[in-house]
Design a protein around this ligand. Structure first.
Ligand SMILES: Cc1cc2nc3c(=O)[nH]c(=O)nc-3n(C[C@H](O)[C@H](O)[C@H](O)COP(=O)(O)O)c2cc1C
Length: 412
């Protein structure tokens, strides 16, 4: 090998030192995140352990969540080749309205505890992208403030029925007058799931200042400064609480709610009526017979029953059985756009993302949510193109095989 000295003229194009970004470190940090998992890692560094684990964790041994995520990995795509995919249309119609992408933001409680920008960040980022944002009954911004932040955004309201039923229906009326178009009634919380991380962390609402939390706060100063210099946590629905979330659910939520109560709720709501937390084919069938507009196959992100059915596994049979009688949405375990595409192929009309959005929020407030949505959107578009489909309607079961490891082999 003959060697020579490099010439400066040849070196110049190779040198790509970037100017250090001193003032937009947050943007640089977020742009470096290529996946939702990358955002999760940033979120963990920047959010105190209590709130981070509250969002990241699930119930008991966290098996429901791990399995749900795994199920989206245990698939094989079957791409079609030689299709014109220069332009891809990701828009869908869901619950009586349009969404520019086939996913939206799931309702999450206590969101301002994860990051001071809270629900407003999620609602604004969703509206900019033309997708729906769901506000939880346990939201930390009021129904009206979320509307004011996104006058043209599509908003859904998620209902937990309190023991004091009239008080929860008051929220439903407020959501209707603020122009929320869909009610998601969550039915998988007769008691609180056992969130062990919260117990171990001594995580209360609001977070308590203890020796442990103060030590943990030292490298996470921005979160604490934001937390202590913004409005105290305020709830869409209750004035205050001090205790764990599990205790709150047990104290406040109505464990006596049954199918017959749905008609009573529905009488008081003119918009689309959707039941969230459906976990068996039988229950899906029953809801279809009752004439609900939609269902969300969900095990609450693994935060309630552990070892619950994997929603993605339920999907093909629910779709086969119910066809187009009800609109089927799905959540739990979605960490990338390919999972969303796989769910659509197997019969879901729409997907909701919970943690994927919260990791973005914790990593960088509203800009972090934007980053999370960009990551998911790019992944959806790229996966569709690689599958050879130019619109969501073209996706079908021919595009996905579910692989065996987590496939139920006996179902009574
Ligand atoms: C921190 C957190 C809070 C949540 N709060 C609510 C809630 O108030 N109401 C509700 O119906 N679901 C709630 N969920 C469940 C989500 O709506 C959704 O079903 C779940 O996050 C989907 O799973 P994923 O996080 O894997 O996307 C919450 C989930 C998380 C992670």
């Amino acid at each position: 090998m003959k060697r020579r000295l490099p010439r400066p003229r040849e070196l110049a194009p190779l040198m790509q030192f970037k100017r250090p970004r001193i003032f937009d470190r947050r943007i640089a940090r977020l742009e470096a995140a290529l996946t939702i998992e990358d955002l999760r890692k940033i979120a963990r560094r920047r959010t105190p352990k209590g709130p981070f684990d509250y969002a990241d964790g699930a119930a008991e041994d966290e098996i429901s969540l791990a399995r749900a995520r795994r199920a989206f990995q245990d698939i094989e795509f079957r791409p079609a080749i030689l299709r014109n995919v220069a332009a891809v249309d990701t828009a869908v119609e869901i619950f009586g309205g349009a969404s520019r992408l086939p996913f939206g933001i799931a309702p999450t409680g206590f969101t301002r505890m994860m990051h001071a920008e809270g629900e407003l960040a999620g609602a604004r980022a969703a509206a900019r992208r033309g997708i729906p944002f769901s506000l939880s009954t346990m939201g930390t911004e009021s129904i009206e403030d979320v509307r004011a932040a996104t006058p043209d955004g599509r908003l859904w309201f998620q209902l937990y029925l309190w023991r004091e039923r009239e008080r929860s229906m008051e929220l439903v009326r407020r959501a209707a007058s603020a122009g929320y178009d869909t009610l998601l009634v969550t039915v998988d919380t007769p008691v609180g799931g056992a969130r062990r991380r919260d117990k171990r962390n001594g995580m209360t609402i609001p977070p308590a200042l203890t020796f442990k939390t103060i030590v943990n706060a030292i490298p996470r100063a921005e979160w604490w400064i934001n937390f202590l210099t913004t409005e105290p946590l305020r709830f869409a629905s209750l004035d205050h609480w001090s205790g764990t979330v599990e205790d709150m659910i047990d104290t406040m939520f109505d464990p006596t709610i049954v199918f017959d109560d749905l008609a009573w709720i529905r009488e008081q709501w003119n918009g689309r009526f959707v039941v969230k937390g459906v976990q068996t084919l039988d229950d899906a069938r029953r809801l279809a017979e009752l004439g609900v507009d939609g269902i969300v196959l969900s095990n609450h992100g693994g935060r309630q029953l552990d070892r619950a059915p994997v929603p993605f596994h339920l999907l093909p049979e629910v779709k086969r059985e119910l066809g187009s009688d009800v609109e089927i949405a799905i959540d739990t375990g979605i960490m990338d756009g390919a999972a969303i595409v796989a769910a659509l192929a197997l019969g879901a009309r729409f997907a909701l993302v919970g943690r994927a959005y919260l990791y973005g929020l914790m990593a960088g407030g509203e800009q972090g949510v934007d980053r999370a949505l960009t990551i998911l959107e790019d992944q959806v578009v790229r996966t569709m193109k690689l599958l050879g489909v130019a619109s969501v309607a073209e996706l079908g079961p021919q595009h996905v095989t579910q692989l065996r490891p987590l496939t139920p082999w006996i179902r009574p």
